[in-house]
Write a protein that binds this ligand. Structure first.
Ligand SMILES: C[S@@+](CC[C@H](N)C(=O)[O-])C[C@H]1O[C@@H](n2cnc3c(N)ncnc32)[C@H](O)[C@@H]1O
Length: 352
């Protein structure tokens, strides 16, 4: 009897506590400045460092990247061409050490293999097991890495699904400006960023809820309750069967060359125009990238490319369905507050 009352009492206390905490959480989230201070969100850099620390520490992320054949073949060929015997090399974000090892096998005199994630302890063990020499593993964030000599080559694989969302630009530029010899190489350095209008296959297309009418049941009134969460407007996928076609002829929306880029050069607004060659419904803009080395080696995350590197996802920046006829022109504007934070990207399209 006593036990049952105690049980009921504790259930009531926990339930009140849970309701209280939930209410308190909502109250804090409604005050963005307080929320930012309490949850320590804010700069893309701080968020990225924290996320990275645990994300890449696990084998399952590393194994997806290592099993990605187009990715590994691209890097193997690029390192073979650009690392020469006697070179000094930095491998920014070495992970399991694979790019550092490619460089060592090319005869590099010294490879600084740096990573801020716990994965580094496994990288050290792997190199010892494989009897790799001339690679020094350094557990640090690249911004804190210093050496007395400049290097000939900086290797990196810092591309996110949105290209810029793993802080590739600031991290590579920082090392380039501090530690790359004049005339030294960044591999890879050239990138093309795409934002292409696409039609999703009818059986895969998920409209916004307010666009739906299910057997006569009309959802249009929910348009007034559009979610505020930016992620609601982005669809993430790795599935090549999602997209039916691009409405226009794909062209890079932006090209960057890390050898020369300054962060301030990145535009805050992109304007694209595409003349429709495949008529049909526009469901959104597919975001993907291509990395290029020497003009003939390339690594693609395009959902339309069968030879793409499979472990990268691509994103669709969703738009309300609009039907386009052949010859129509789609005008698209992407406004970016921070390239490394796709939640700050906003877009709109119109027919002209
Ligand atoms: C995409 S993985 C690539 C791993 C490896 N280079 C490869 O090609 O398999 C990126 C790695 O970089 C590390 N990383 C990212 N930013 C870094 C930074 N600024 N300083 C040090 N390590 C970083 C992550 O912890 C992660 O292990």
């Amino acid at each position: 009897m006593f036990l049952r009352s105690l049980q009921r009492f504790s259930a009531a206390v926990f339930s009140a506590l849970r309701r209280g905490l939930f209410g308190c959480g909502k109250w804090i989230q409604a005050r963005p400045r307080l929320a930012a201070w309490l949850y320590k969100t804010g700069s893309a850099d701080a968020d990225y460092r924290e996320f990275n620390g645990w994300y890449f520490a696990h084998f399952n992320e590393q194994e997806k990247m290592l099993a990605d054949r187009p990715r590994m073949d691209f890097y193997h060929a690029a390192v073979a061409r650009h690392v020469h015997p006697g070179d000094r090399v930095i491998d920014l974000g070495t992970g399991t050490g694979i790019l550092a090892v490619f460089a060592a096998k090319q005869g590099a005199a010294k490879v600084y293999a740096i990573d801020h994630s716990e994965i580094l302890k496994h990288a050290r063990r792997l190199a010892a097991h494989n009897k790799i020499e001339h690679v020094e593993f350094i557990a640090t964030h690249s911004r804190d890495f210093v050496t007395t000599e400049r290097v000939d080559v900086i290797l990196h694989e810092q591309m996110g699904d949105f290209l810029f969302d793993e802080a590739m630009v600031p991290n590579v530029i920082d090392l380039r400006d501090r530690l790359l010899k004049p005339g030294g190489q960044i591999v890879p350095a050239l990138f093309e960023f795409f934002c292409e209008p696409v039609k999703v296959k009818d059986d895969r297309h998920i409209p916004f809820i307010w666009e739906l009418n299910v057997h006569g049941y009309d959802y249009s009134c929910l348009e007034r309750s559009r979610p505020q969460d930016p992620q609601y407007y982005q669809h993430a996928s790795c599935d090549l069967d999602v997209i039916e076609h691009c409405l226009g002829q794909p062209e890079p929306a932006l090209k960057v060359d890390l050898q020369t880029l300054r962060e301030a050069d990145l535009p805050r607004e992109l304007h694209l125009k595409r003349t429709v060659i495949h008529a049909g419904r526009l469901d959104g803009f597919a975001v993907y990238f291509r990395a290029l080395v020497d003009g003939d080696l390339s690594l693609s995350s395009s959902p339309l490319d069968r030879g793409r590197a499979p472990h990268w996802g691509f994103r669709i920046l969703r738009t309300e369905a609009t039907t386009y006829a052949q010859g129509d022109v789609i005008e698209f504007t992407l406004t970016v507050e921070q390239w490394a934070k796709p939640d700050t990207w906003r877009w709109h399209q119109q027919k002209i």
